[in-house]
Design a protein around this ligand. Structure first.
Ligand code: P6P
Length: 343
């Protein structure tokens, strides 16, 4: 039998996320080496978080949250565990100037002599309340170049940049498989984790989201709290109209990353508007809406707060919230027309 040759179809290409990062840097020299290093660290942290998330159901055996497990180790809430792993994985290499986390009230500054030129904003484990019922959850992150001349004096202002300033963004969805999706502004690429070799392997190259979808994601249990525009938009999606592919199907998992990821791949729209309970919306601008909006636009989709492009919003607070309409471009445009009373 002849030895396999490199152009043999059987030579299935296995591209690890690390080698993809390096390819991106060669193809796009403006993607700074420090950004690539940070992406490496995030991918590593994701592997550590995955290890615990996939066995979360064993908490009874391992020890309940806040207690100690059979090894005598303290068992942390998984979102706090994820938070610590990401901070340590990023912090240990001294590659960042400042971090902002959904779990930390204030910013995280490295030791003076261990700093880089970038800010990392992240939600370590969004939807963590779903873990107990084995629903997919996710890590979401944004990377910005700081504005401060001296990285050793980075401040909150270096975090409070509009989403359009992001140099990279991504998420990890811990579901039936674990997938990491990222962009450096040059397309959107997805990698599926192979636990047998401990690598994220390229599985979704250059993701493009459909112009129009067939799913909508909204918590209609909040109907009484919704404004008239949102109610009319949701009613519109339920009407029968073959030409516009209506009625759409409802898909609402209650875990942002899971709903976003499905809509990104299949097409659809996710709406979390301002409600009577969440007057500014529930979702966070800096480490949920901005990173997902960067990815969505890179994949050909659209993301607004019903009026403004999410990436144009100038943040005032680290943990500020925003209404979010995100997904297939045509669906989001229709949502905006209802929100703005044009339909
Ligand atoms: P509701 C999870 O708690 C979360 O932050 C997002 O992951 C999710 O999209 C949203 O809240 C669900 O909120 O009000 O519909 O339960």
């Amino acid at each position: 039998m002849d030895p396999i040759t490199l152009n043999d179809p059987a030579m299935n290409k296995l591209t690890t996320i690390e080698s993809h990062f390096l390819q991106q840097q060669k193809l796009y020299p403006e993607v700074n080496a420090e950004v690539i290093d940070l992406l490496h660290d995030v991918a590593f942290a994701a592997k550590l978080v995955r290890r615990e998330v996939v066995r979360a159901g064993l908490a009874d055996i391992l020890g309940l949250t806040g207690s100690t497990n059979v090894q005598g180790e303290e068992v942390k809430k998984l979102d706090l565990f994820a938070n610590e792993k990401i901070i340590c994985a990023i912090g240990q290499h001294g590659r960042f100037a400042i971090m902002g986390s959904e779990e930390n009230d204030s910013i995280i500054i490295p030791p003076k002599n261990e700093t880089g030129n970038y800010a990392l904003l992240f939600d370590p484990l969004d939807g963590s309340s779903n873990i107990d019922v084995n629903v997919s959850v996710g890590t979401i992150f944004s990377i910005y170049r700081i504005k401060s001349e001296d990285p050793g004096n980075a401040s909150l202002a270096d975090c409070l940049q509009s989403g359009a300033e992001q140099v990279a963004a991504g998420y990890v969805i811990y579901g039936s498989s674990v997938v990491m999706v990222y962009t450096t502004g040059h397309g959107v690429h997805g990698f599926t984790y192979d636990p047998t070799i401990g690598e994220f392997l390229l599985s979704h190259e250059n993701i493009i989201t459909p112009e129009r979808g067939k799913y909508y994601s909204a918590n209609e249990g909040s109907w009484a709290q919704l404004n008239d525009g949102t109610k009319r938009f949701l009613d519109y999606l339920k009407e029968e109209d073959a030409e516009t592919g209506r009625p759409y199907s409802t898909r609402y998992i209650g875990s942002l990353v899971a709903d976003f990821h499905r809509n990104l791949l299949t097409g659809g729209v996710f709406v979390y508007p301002a409600t009577k309970k969440h007057k500014q919306g529930k979702l966070r601008l800096m480490y949920e809406a901005n990173p997902l909006s960067f990815i969505c636009e890179q994949a050909g989709g659209r993301a607004t707060d019903g009026e403004r492009r999410i990436l144009d919003i100038v943040p005032e607070e680290l943990h500020q919230r925003t209404p979010l309409y995100i997904g297939s471009k045509e669906d989001v445009l229709v949502a905006e027309e209802f929100e703005q009373g044009k339909r």
